[in-house]
Design a protein around this ligand. Structure first.
Ligand SMILES: Nc1ncnc2c1ncn2[C@@H]1O[C@H](COP(=O)(O)OP(=O)(O)OP(=O)(O)O)[C@@H](O)[C@H]1O
Ligand SMILES: [Mg+2]
Length: 97
């Protein structure tokens, strides 16, 4: 599974826009994709909840390790919160591809 982290400490820089568009792109390509939202605001998950069900599937996961075995996810898109820094940022970068 390829893990793509979308991170930028600046708020409103387009992380959620990029995350949701990438997830939609991969789903439309027939690739098994999972969207993970680490932001307390849960904007990506909010978008996913409103996305019409008939569109190609985007999986979601609230627990980081729980999704890969279950659904053979090929790509995980990880939306992250503004202000991410220090250990949290380095852990997130290390966990991503
Ligand atoms: N539904 C919308 N309509 C108009 N503009 C929007 C909408 N959603 C986001 N924007 C604007 O698009 C830009 C990028 O927003 P986005 O939510 O993708 O950024 P973000 O980096 O995820 O923000 P945050 O750091 O708060 O998570 C911002 O300027 C935001 O105000
Ligand atoms: Mg966001």
């Amino acid at each position: 599974m390829k893990k793509i982290l979308i991170a930028n400490p600046k708020g409103g820089g387009g992380k959620t826009t990029l995350s949701t568009n990438l997830a939609g792109y991969f789903a439309n390509q027939g690739i098994k994709v999972c969207l993970l939202d680490l932001d307390k605001q849960q904007s990506s998950y909010g978008w996913l909840e409103r996305r019409p069900e008939q569109l190609p599937e985007i999986n979601s996961a609230k627990i980081h390790n729980a999704f890969s075995q279950k659904k053979n996810i090929e790509v995980a898109i990880i939306d992250s919160p503004a202000g991410i820094r220090g250990d949290k940022l380095s852990d997130a970068v290390k966990a991503a591809d």
